[in-house]
Each structure stands twice: as C-alpha cells, then as structure tokens.
Design a protein. Sequence first.
Length: 238
Amino acid sequence: MSASLHVPENADIAERVLMPGDPLRAKYIAENYLDDARLINDIRAMYGYTGFYEGTEITVQASGMGIPSMGIYSYELFEDHDVKYAIRIGTAGSIKSDAKLSQIVFATSASTTSNYQSEFQIDGHLAPVADISLLTAAIAVAQKDGLNFMSGNVLTEESFYSSKSSHERYKHWKRLGISAIEMETAALYINAAYHGVKALSMLTITDNIETGEKLSVSERETGLDKMIKLALSTISSM
C-alpha cells in the first residue's frame, strides 16, 4: 500500500508528533497552540499540521478512530518519516469507580482485544508499553502543574459496541487492574516498538462506565485543553 494514500511521502513531518484521534482537534491545536502552523496533510480530511511550540517544531497528525486507523497513520509516520517521539492524546472511559472525570491517564501499557500484533509474526503475545522517558517527563510536568492523573494498564478495544452489558464485558479486565478503556493505544505502542520510536498515550477520562457519570461538552473541552498543554510541554522537553 502506498504511503501517499494517507500521509504524503513529501509531507513536512517533525521529529515530535502529537496524535489526536479527531481531525478537527488537530486543527484546533494547530490554530490555538502552534506558531507558524502550516497544513501538511489533508488527504481524506485527516488533517496534519506542523508548527512550533515554544520554539520546538511539532507535528499534529490526526489518527482517526480505532486500531486499524491508528495502525495505518502511525505506521506510515514511523516508516516513511524520521519521527522520534509520538504522543497520543485522546479520551477514555474508566471502569474504576473511584476514577475522577477529567482525570488524565498515562497508559503505561496497553492490553487489547485485537489481534493486530499477529501481523508482526511473533510466536507469543507482545506486551506493548509506553516509553519510560516520555512517561517520566509527563509525570513531572503533571506534578508541577498540579494536574490530577493516574497511570496504569489500559484496554484497547477493537469494537465500540457490544451485545454484553458493561458489567459482563469488563468485570474480568477490572479484576486484572485495567484502569481505562479506549481504542488506539495498543496499535501505537506496537508500531512504535517495531520502528524504535518513543511513544506515550495520555487520555482524559470523559465518562465513568462504572458509575454512569459523564463530562458535559464544556467540561470536556476544558479537560482536553489541560491534556493538550501537558502533551505539548512533555514532547517539547525531549
């Protein structure tokens, strides 16, 4: 498959990349946080921008939703461009009753219901993990800024809907210490490991599956802004 179908081979990609799922969030970050931002990718309306944050060149490239989409975009970024650092910024649902809405989760590792890793021809099960230098830097920034955060193993699901109730679907994952549910991190971590890229996934809790609580639209935007600033500060420090 040609890389030009998703990320142009001549795209001006920085060594440091933020990957929100939503293309409009990539546009929002470029317009509100980056200096001299320029559009470098609009194929399939999956926007990518390169600009500067406090003097450091950064690319913001949308990944789309789910493992297949993240798998494509992160693979092409890592395979065809000289990316050294990548941070996913996204949302997640928590299955811990004591998790707080707007809390930020650093995904130290990513369990998954997907068989994505089978494409890498390994005899066993890979445990895809975050890069320790990015994780350490993110924790330091979060502590300095007084942000509410936690870290732990997240579950990257392959599907969004299920015929099972939430209790049935997640009771065993909860017992095994899963802190949050999302749909992209495992693919990012596997691709990063394969290409030698340092990667981290940070997620804002927008709903608590256990309690039924959800953020309002305005609360969601405020929480995501905190995470965006955290991610930019973290990746620019590398």
